[in-house]
Design a binder for this molecule. Structure first.
Ligand SMILES: C=C(O[C@H]1C=CC=C(C(=O)O)[C@@H]1O)C(=O)O
Ligand SMILES: [Mg+2]
Length: 465
């Protein structure tokens, strides 16, 4: 039987091309009985630790989990990261031998990963391993979609790999999964310390930025800050993922591991989704808390729907997304007014943007055109980014950057990596930001960031600020 190479043989080496110029991708997908995605993520964690990803879409239509790395796509030139990733992905797929009879979106060869918020930011130590972009082709992948579970195996070989040998490998894994002892019991994570980084200084910077917004043509700047958590022991991402799934059922739940670092979170905000020709982006900006009871909650919702400051924050996002999609879509449909999106801790103004993909649409290029929307950057983008660079004094890393997947058919979905944190053993940074406009009040914006820390704080068992 031809030897096939799984996760360790070629990881990270795909583009050191001298190593295996002639090797090509063999990919095999088969339907299997349901298997819990979080249990799959935890499977043989000592082997796969540092080489895993997890994704659940906000509408629960797709769960996908990767173990091991068949190939990594990372690019040297941060400025060209979307285009270069797109090109490398196509090269990788060119001679690929793909056996995937069901051809369901999200199965077969698929890249999962993300991009830093700002390709020009200086990378701080905690984000070193991620660089400005990282996309994994997993060795083993579980996909749950349309009430069916699929297992995909990706491997590289210089020889011909028969579908038969990949099928055997898949069956072996299915058997091992069945026999696997379920490890996830209770959440052992305990927070020792939680430290907001320089909130007073942050408030002063907000005042300075609001002043700029009052006196220049810059209309909006999304300003963020971070919070340091220290745990009693190393925090296992699986427990946090499990909590996020329970506590934030209407969010995208994502995790991306690179060595001992795991970037994860529960984002309510889709950047782009494309399945066949259907395109969906969502504008989410403008926020208010949840009420103690239904009456107060409705009152707050009504206030948000009519609040000038929040409506302005929101409108800027809608018009930018419309402009960014126009070259790639026909039949763009945008409701005239936003509606409320209610998450457990916060309510937002929400406008869906729908369209049909034209022949120029390619998901990574569209992500490039959309990022950063004014829900994460500002208006005008360039001016906002330079204010963020000057005043924020932190590396956002992948926080607020695009995170998601694309498959070999060009389907895919990316969210923005907000309500998120970077876990490193017994430490984590949590991130939260808010859209500043000329009538922002700094104390209110600080409160808004406190609410936005809650999903990650609650999932790590932390105190409510
Ligand atoms: C930047 C964040 O939220 C954005 C998304 C929704 C609402 C926002 C706001 O109202 O300010 C932000 O633009 C964050 O959660 O860190
Ligand atoms: Mg806001």
């Amino acid at each position: 039987m031809t030897k096939i190479f799984l996760q360790t043989s070629f990881e990270n080496d795909l583009y050191k091309e001298q190593n295996h110029k002639k090797s090509k991708l063999f990919s095999y997908t088969q339907p299997i009985d349901f298997y819990d995605p979080v249990e799959f993520f935890t499977y043989q964690s000592s082997t796969f630790h540092g080489k895993r990803f997890f994704w659940k879409s906000s509408d629960e239509q797709l769960w996908t989990v990767g173990l091991g790395i068949a190939a990594t796509i990372s690019v040297d030139d941060a400025e060209e990261r979307f285009q270069d990733s797109h090109t490398k992905w196509n090269q990788l797929l060119k001679d690929a031998n793909i056996e995937n009879p069901a051809r369901v979106p999200g199965t077969g060869p698929l890249l999962f990963g993300g991009f830093s918020f700002d390709p020009y930011s200086e990378i701080e130590d905690e984000w070193e391993a991620f660089g400005h972009s990282i996309l994994y082709l997993p060795s083993y992948m579980l996909t749950v979609t349309e009430n069916q579970t699929y297992l995909t195996i990706n491997a590289f070989s210089n020889n011909t790999v028969s579908a038969e040998s990949l099928r055997e490998e898949a069956n072996k894994l299915v058997q091992q999964l069945k026999n696997d002892e379920k490890l996830l019991k209770e959440n052992p994570i305990k927070i020792k310390n939680s430290i907001e980084i320089a909130p007073d200084k942050w408030i002063r910077s907000v005042d300075e930025i609001v002043n700029i917004l009052k006196t220049t043509d810059t209309k909006k700047v999304v300003f963020a800050r971070k919070l340091l958590l220290e745990f009693e022991e190393s925090a296992q991402p699986s427990y946090i993922i499990k909590k996020l799934l329970e506590q934030q059922p209407d969010s995208f739940v994502f995790a991306l591991e690179v060595g001992d670092y795991c970037f994860l979170g529960a984002s309510p905000e889709r950047l782009i989704k494309k399945i066949d020709h259907d395109v969906l982006s969502t504008c989410l900006a403008g926020s208010i808390g949840r009420g103690k009871d239904i009456i107060e909650d409705q009152k707050l919702g009504e206030m948000l729907l009519h609040d000038h400051k929040n409506l302005f924050e929101h409108e800027l996002v809608v018009s930018m997304i419309e402009d960014a999609l126009r070259p790639y879509c026909t039949d763009i449909n945008i409701p005239a007014e936003p509606v409320l999106m209610k998450m457990p801790d916060i309510q937002h103004l929400y406008t869906p943007v729908r369209g049909k993909a034209n022949e120029d649409f390619s998901i990574l290029n569209v992500v490039e055109n959309l990022h950063p929307t004014p829900a994460l950057g500002g208006v005008p983008t360039k001016a906002a980014l330079s204010i963020i660079r000057e005043k924020e004094h932190m590396d956002r890393g992948f926080y607020a950057g695009p995170i998601g997947w694309t498959d070999y058919k060009g389907n895919g979905e990316f969210a923005v990596g907000i309500r998120s944190g970077l876990i490193n053993r017994d430490k984590a940074y949590l991130y939260a930001g808010c859209g500043l406009v000329s009538d922002s009040v700094s104390e209110e914006e600080l409160k808004e960031t406190r609410i936005k820390f809650q999903p990650m704080l609650k999932a790590t068992g932390g105190e409510i600020l």
